[in-house]
Design a protein around this ligand. Sequence first.
Ligand SMILES: [Fe+2]
Length: 95
Amino acid sequence: MADEQLHAQFLANKIVALGGEPTTRPAPVKAVKTNREMLEAVLEAEQQAVKNYTQRARDAEEFKDKGLTVQLEDMVRQESGHAEETERILRDWPM
Ligand SMILES: [Fe+2]
């Protein structure tokens, strides 16, 4: 969660630097009934974040903003780590 907050802060600052106005519309949260379902939803969200930041990094590269590209690729690295950590927890279930 701390990483995600830093990502949001970085992106909001970047949007402002580029002359835009950041929005604060949160992504929908899936309703679940068990702890395992919650972790499965977390894994899905982490994998989606990897896909989204990968595409944004490509966009930034096309826009020729190397700093943004590197930052987005670092976000991909972090989100990949979160996904792998969640996969390990699910693989070892029940704890
Ligand atoms: Fe994450």
